[in-house]
Design a protein around this ligand. Structure first.
Ligand SMILES: Cc1ncc(COP(=O)(O)O)c(C=O)c1O
Length: 428
């Protein structure tokens, strides 16, 4: 295989992954060997980011361990979605500890076979209530909530699913599993969505539109009101993933659709419980009939073990805190404003983002790889979004703001970004 000299090893790995997907298993061993060699090369160059992890899990400042050389290095952590920092809240930790004493450790089996307990029921009811929906169904993760719900709702060859081009992989996999035809529309383009609905509406029994309220890779928000308005004159089913807005926007954290007053136009809302809610799990919420359908048809619900009781207990406590202690949300929004203002003043390119997901567009994979290493050496840990996940000229860093970050963390990060941005010619 010939590669342009400019291709970094991480790009080559991405391309090989894609190639494997398209060429099937015939070249499996060759491709695996090539990927492993490239990974070793990245380890030697100290740029294999998957080798590094927060030794004691997520917090605003953490010890990052590099596994291959056993080195440890203190960093400000910008890569996790604990938006409100509730994973370290004493009441949330105590809720998990208390739950283990009462409910034991694991759930043992799927919801349908006895793995479900009163804590899971409470979450389903609570999330449905926050979303202003009739009922909810809990899944073991946000990923499987999308796969399970979408594959059962949209099943069948007479359905067409229209998805925003930037939706999360779990939505895409749900579409694939459904057996329905699916097509992307241009990111956040209501015009493109409208024209696709007009083009296909006579050809299919049912059209589904699936979007996210906040997009995870670019931090921008969907034109929710316009898409809800489109429903007035077009008959389609609207499914909105609120993974990055639940707990953050809307009354008591009920999400962006609630904040924008369009909940009634949305047929199904989804959230993960791993981000603002600081635990694990996913919930889809809608009317009672839709939830019953999902409950009896989603393999991810029927054949997958439930969230552990202690994780469920942390969700319940976190949701209670979100309601009763608005300070965490206020701090998050303050931090987001403060960080953005500083970066914009430095002239960094933040695209269209406005949420606590702050992308910094680098637009060169080589610069990004070098910068990522230097950021790490200077005590800043963030993730890069690379090709082929995004186009060559759209590669970016993703800084995820949390209420746990202090002004000191933000100031220091901006100071280093300013220095490196100048060094690599991104800013003047
Ligand atoms: C938009 C979106 N939906 C779903 C998921 C899956 O959630 P989880 O990681 O909790 O399984 C994610 C995770 O990053 C996400 O960003």
């Amino acid at each position: 295989m010939d590669y342009n000299i400019e291709l970094t090893s991480s790009m080559q790995i991405g391309m090989l992954r894609q190639k494997l997907g398209s060429s099937g298993i015939i070249r499996l061993k060759d491709v695996a060997r090539h990927i492993d060699n490239l990974k070793d090369l990245q380890l030697q160059e100290d740029v294999w980011c998957y080798d590094r992890y927060p030794k004691q899990s997520s917090s605003a400042k953490v010890m990052i361990k590099s596994h291959h050389n056993n080195k440890e290095h203190e960093c400000v952590l910008w890569s996790v979605n604990h938006y409100l920092g509730l994973n370290r809240h004493p009441k949330v930790i105590k809720a998990a500890q208390d739950a283990i004493a009462v409910y034991g450790t694991g759930s043992g089996t799927s919801a349908m076979s006895g793995g479900f307990c009163e804590l899971h029921k409470k979450i389903e009811e609570k999330v449905a209530q926050l979303f202003h929906k009739e009922a909810g169904i809990i899944f073991p993760t946000g990923y499987t909530a999308n796969v399970g719900a979408i594959s059962s709702l949209c099943a069948g060859r007479n359905s067409l699913i229209l998805i925003d081009r930037e939706v999360h992989a779990s939505i895409l996999d749900g579409c694939k599993f459904s057996g329905a035809k699916y097509l992307p529309f241009k990111h956040n383009s209501v015009d493109d969505l409208r024209s696709k609905i007009n083009k296909y509406k006579e050809l299919y029994d049912q059209i589904f539109v699936i979007i996210e309220s906040v997009y995870s890779m670019s931090g921008d928000i969907a034109p929710l009101r316009e898409i809800a308005d489109l429903k007035q004159s077009n008959n389609f089913f609207l499914y909105v993933d609120e993974a990055h807005s639940f707990g953050i926007y809307g009354k008591n954290g009920g999400g962006l659709c609630l904040e924008m007053g369009i909940t009634d136009s949305v047929d199904m809302l989804m959230t993960t419980l791993s981000k603002a809610a600081a635990s694990v799990g996913g919930v889809v919420a809608g009317n009672k009939e839709l939830c019953s359908l999902i409950q009896v048809s989603a393999n991810a619900y029927i054949f997958q073990c439930c969230v552990t009781p202690s994780s469920a207990a942390t969700v319940i406590e976190a949701l209670d805190i979100i309601e009763k202690e608005p300070i965490h949300r206020e701090t998050l929004h303050d931090n987001n404003r403060y960080f953005r203002e500083k970066l914009l003043k430095l002239n960094f390119d933040l695209g269209e983002s406005i949420s606590p997901i702050v992308p910094i567009y680098i637009r060169s994979q080589t610069i990004m790889q070098n910068m990522e290493k230097e950021l790490y050496e200077r005590g800043i840990f963030s993730v890069s979004v690379t090709y082929p996940g995004v186009k060559f000229n759209e590669v970016r860093f993703r800084f995820i703001v949390s209420a746990a970050h202090t002004r000191q963390h933000i100031d220091y990060t901006c100071e280093v970004l300013s220095e490196l941005g100048k060094k690599y010619g991104l800013i003047e």
